[in-house]
Every structure is written in structure tokens, then in C-alpha cells.
Ligand binder design. Structure first.
Ligand SMILES: [Zn+2]
Ligand SMILES: [Zn+2]
Length: 362
């Protein structure tokens, strides 16, 4: 007799139409899946894109959105070891078997599963997901709503690890960043702020660049050693000042690791213009804007540019440990709300009225 649960989803029925709470329904996991009681689900820019801007999710409407999810495994046929465990569900779970997965490139797996896009998401009491990628949070008190180790966060708040923290974590892992490196983060918003914290936690000296003065001042408290206001200084001036600042401190003059997290044309131009010899440029943010660059700079500088899409489940435990150990601070950047307030929270997030990332708690 398979274990089932009854609950509800908050569903999107059409672009901008009122979100609807379903009637009581039954959730059940098949072999290879896990039935998870949702503890928290973060509200991401991507959700707002589906709901307000008409970006089409792959699954037909109605659909529950939400892909930054933490919860408790109630059943997992074939993976009984997971039952009763607190988990974080990866924003994207690759199939593990296709050509891309075999090459270790899970983020481009054509069979990947993303809650709130390919399947019903985490704005619900329960969710059924692939059991293969789940990241176990093996900490006392995880299921009792307690703060976990040195994170100052509950399991619900840890939900935003999926995506907001793991995406820059993968970008940093792939860049080969090491202690003593100089890391430059452009755009210190949701993703970029964590990118700066992770780089600092891994021993890099971090330079933060943003158009928002308050954001720059805030991030100086969270691992950013030097800031530049990109509206008041041009790329050439920033690069010149950065060179002499780095030289004074005995920091590397070459091999800078540059993370473009603003997802804006101007940010990408700036990132390109900061290339030095042996630089590594990671494009983490997305924009439709086009930019004109001299590609031969890569050749002349013997430099590398790479794109980063999402994060493979294998990196989740490492990212989780940075937060649990207190090396990366999540707490000041999240705020919990009731799931039943989802409409209000979506509006507030859409109108940029939220300072922190919202987590919805059933
Ligand atoms: Zn997201
Ligand atoms: Zn695959």
C-alpha cells in the first residue's frame, strides 16, 4: 500500500490571473520519486517572469510555481533511506543518464526536471519530485523549525539555497577560484550578493560593483573588501583604480575571476573591459541585450569566458555546508511569509517592495 498525503497547491491559471488554491487533493510518489511535505519555498525572479511577464513554463497551466524548496520526505519508493529526512530539492534535477549527464554537464540535460516549470512546484503543501538529486539536511531540529547549526536559519529559510546560492556556487567552482585570488562580482543582487559571500568564504579578496549605493554599503558587511559604483565611474577608471588597489595589497595583477551577475548589458560591457591576462569571466546573469566586444581580447590575454546555467545536485552539499557553518550568511537576506499570502507577496516582490528574498511557508 503506497503512502499518500492529502493537501493543496496554489496554482497559476493564466498570466496575471488571481492565483488559485486547489481543493484538497492526493499526492503520491511512484518508483524513482519522492513525496515531500513542503516546509518552505523561495519566490524567485523566474516565478515572477512566468506570472507577470508571460514567460511560458514548459508544463501546461494550471501550474503551481516555485523551484527553491525545502521539506520532509514522506515516502520514496526505492529510496526508503530518504524517508523522514529533511531535504533541499535541487532547482533542477538532471536525468543522470543522457549524453550531457554522462559528460558531467547536468545543467544542459534535455530530460531535466525543474519544479514549477516542468512539473508542479513548491507553492503547495506537498510536492512529488525525482528522488535522485535530493540534498539531505542532516541536522538536529531541522524538522522542528529550529535554527540549524551556525546558519541562524530554519529549514524553511534554507530553501533559497536551491538556485540563489547554488548557482553562483557552481560558477565559482568552475572558475577554479582559490584562496588568495581576486574576485570581482558585478551586480550584488540576490545571486551576486551570494556570489560575493561564497568567493570571500573561499579565501578570495572580493571586489563588488553595482549601481545601487545601499547594496554596496550592505555587502561591505558581508565579505566585500572594495566597492565601485558603476554609474559614477567608467570601466577604464575602475580598471585603473583596481590595478593600483590590488598592487598596494599584494593581490594578483593577473588571473582575476570576474562574475557577471547583473544580467544587464552595461554590466556585461564592464565585465569584458575588466579582463586582464589569464582572467576568467563567468556569465551568471541573463539579458536579451547585445554587447559588442573584441573577442580577440580572450586570445591576447590568454583568458577564458564561460557561461553558467544553474547548478548540478552534486554541488548542493558543499553550498549547504557554507551556509550551515555560518561562512555564508543567508538570514539577513530572507524573510518568511505564509503561503496563503502568496498573492500579496508576489505583488510586493514584483513591485520591488521586498528587501529580502521571500520564502513561503505552508
Ligand atoms: Zn530561481
Ligand atoms: Zn540527462
Amino acid at each position: 500500500m503506497p503512502l499518500t498525503a492529502t493537501g493543496y497547491r496554489w496554482q497559476m491559471t493564466a498570466v496575471g490571473a488571481p492565483l488559485e488554491r486547489t481543493k484538497t487533493m492526493t499526492f503520491e510518489a511512484r518508483v524513482g520519486e519522492a513525496l515531500v511535505r513542503v516546509v518552505g519555498c523561495g519566490v524567485c525572479h523566474t516565478d515572477l517572469g512566468y506570472y507577470f511577464d508571460g514567460v511560458a513554463p514548459k508544463h501546461a497551466l494550471p501550474l503551481a510555481l516555485g523551484h527553491e524548496i525545502s521539506g520532509e520526505v514522506l515516502s520514496a519508493p526505492g529510496r526508503e533511506d530518504l524517508v523522514g529526512k529533511a531535504v533541499i530539492i535541487p532547482a533542477v534535477t538532471p536525468c543522470g543518464e543522457c549524453e550531457a549527464c554522462q559528460r558531467g554537464r547536468g545543467p544542459i540535460c534535455p530530460n531535466q526536471v525543474m519544479p514549477g516549470n516542468d512539473i508542479h512546484g513548491g507553492f503547495a503543501s506537498h510536492i512529488v519530485v525525482p528522488s535522485s538529486g535530493l540534498c539531505v539536511v542532516d541536522e538536529p531540529g531541522a524538522l522542528e523549525n529550529q535554527c540549524l547549526r551556525d546558519s541562524e536559519c530554519t529549514l524553511a529559510e534554507l530553501s533559497v539555497l536551491a538556485d540563489a546560492v547554488t548557482t553562483p556556487y557552481q560558477a565559482i567552482e568552475r572558475s577554479g577560484l582559490a584562496a588568495g585570488d581576486l574576485a570581482i562580482v558585478i551586480g550584488l543582487g540576490g545571486v551576486g550578493g551570494f556570489c560575493a559571500q561564497i568567493a570571500a568564504a573561499q579565501g578570495a579578496t572580493v571586489v563588488g560593483i553595482d549601481i545601487n549605493e545601499e547594496r554596496l554599503a550592505l555587502m561591505e558587511k558581508y565579505g566585500v573588501s572594495k566597492t565601485f559604483h558603476s554609474k559614477s565611474e567608467d570601466a577604464r577608471a575602475i580598471k585603473k583604480e583596481l590595478r593600483s588597489w590590488a598592487a598596494e595589497r599584494g593581490l594578483p595583477r593577473t588571473g582575476w575571476k570576474i562574475f557577471e551577475c547583473s544580467g544587464a548589458g552595461a554590466g556585461q560591457d564592464l565585465a569584458w573591459n575588466l579582463l586582464v591576462h589569464d582572467a576568467f569571466l563567468s556569465i551568471v546573469g541573463f539579458t536579451m541585450a547585445k554587447t559588442s566586444v573584441r573577442l580577440s581580447n580572450l586570445m591576447a590575454f590568454d583568458a577564458t569566458a564561460q557561461g553558467n546555467w544553474g547548478c548540478v545536485p552534486e554541488y548542493y552539499p558543499g553550498a549547504l555546508e557554507l551556509v550551515l557553518s555560518g561562512a555564508v550568511k543567508l538570514k539577513p537576506f530572507v524573510e518568511a511569509h505564509k503561503l496563503d499570502d502568496i498573492a500579496k507577496v508576489f505583488d510586493a516582490a514584483h513591485n520591488h517592495k521586498l528587501v529580502a528574498r521571500a520564502v513561503l511557508v505552508p
